[in-house]
Design a protein around this ligand. Structure first.
Ligand SMILES: [Zn+2]
Length: 242
């Protein structure tokens, strides 16, 4: 039998250790803000939301469009207008609706972000893809109560973002973890798409745990050393605190 890796000491019965945090995420937060602003500018009032950019953030999508260079005559007229106190109205960006407030979710395994409407109910396909098994890359249909709970946590703590430590765990991955000596449950709620491990940056794990326990949704696990909380939609039960 293989020696149990030292990292498994940080594991609890149901969850793997939290992956290393991403050093680069603050830069991506800025990118999400830019997406919101650009989306608001580019979308006319009353336009179908389906025409908005995908909430999955790609760096290339946030580059602002380059302005057309002014001809010599235009530049002269602009300068003349400015000198006389007039505003160069034709060169100003079109005024649109203010950027929508968004909740950013960050997946600490895949380093992907999605931006959600804090008051909305995200599409199951988007949530399933975002919380897919990072080992097999396969999504599943996540219990819709999980995404709603993440949004509720963000509203409660007035948090602009939530970091996901674990979502769906394919049974193959779960079995591999068990074979490697990790103490994960044989029939973990993660393998059914019924569990999520997460933390809220700036909020203590204990405060998040207290809130999670009060929801009465299902299982709640506290992982103080790894700094996250497990929530699932299975039977109500509690563990952790070590
Ligand atoms: Zn878990």
């Amino acid at each position: 039998m293989r020696t149990v890796p030292a990292a498994s000491a940080a594991l609890c019965v149901r969850c793997p250790a939290r992956p290393p945090s991403a050093a680069a995420w603050p830069a991506v937060v800025v990118a999400i803000g830019a997406v919101g602003a650009l989306g608001a500018l580019a979308t006319p009032a009353g336009a179908d939301n389906a025409t908005r950019p995908s909430p999955v953030v790609a760096e290339a999508a946030v580059a602002p469009p380059a302005a057309a260079p002014l001809s010599k005559k235009q530049a002269y007229l602009e300068a003349k207008k400015l000198a006389s106190g007039g505003a160069p109205a034709a060169r100003l960006p079109r005024v649109g609706a203010p950027p929508t407030k968004v909740l950013s979710l960050f997946n600490t395994w895949t380093h992907e972000w999605i931006a959600l409407d804090p008051a909305g109910d995200p599409a199951p396909s988007l949530v399933g893809r975002f919380l897919r098994c990072h080992f097999t890359n396969e999504p599943t249909e996540m219990d819709r109560r999980l995404a709603r709970t993440l949004l509720a946590a963000a509203r409660h703590f007035a948090a602009p973002r939530i970091h996901i430590v674990s979502g769906y765990r394919h049974p193959k991955y779960n079995l591999m973890l068990r074979k490697k000596g990790h103490e994960v449950a044989r029939d973990s709620q993660h393998t059914h798409g019924h569990a999520v491990d997460f933390y809220v940056p700036g909020v203590s794990t204990k405060a998040l745990h207290a809130w999670a326990t009060a929801q009465g949704m299902g299982g709640v696990g506290l992982y103080v050393a790894s700094g996250f909380v497990h929530m699932d939609t299975g039977p109500i039960r509690f563990w952790g605190g070590q």
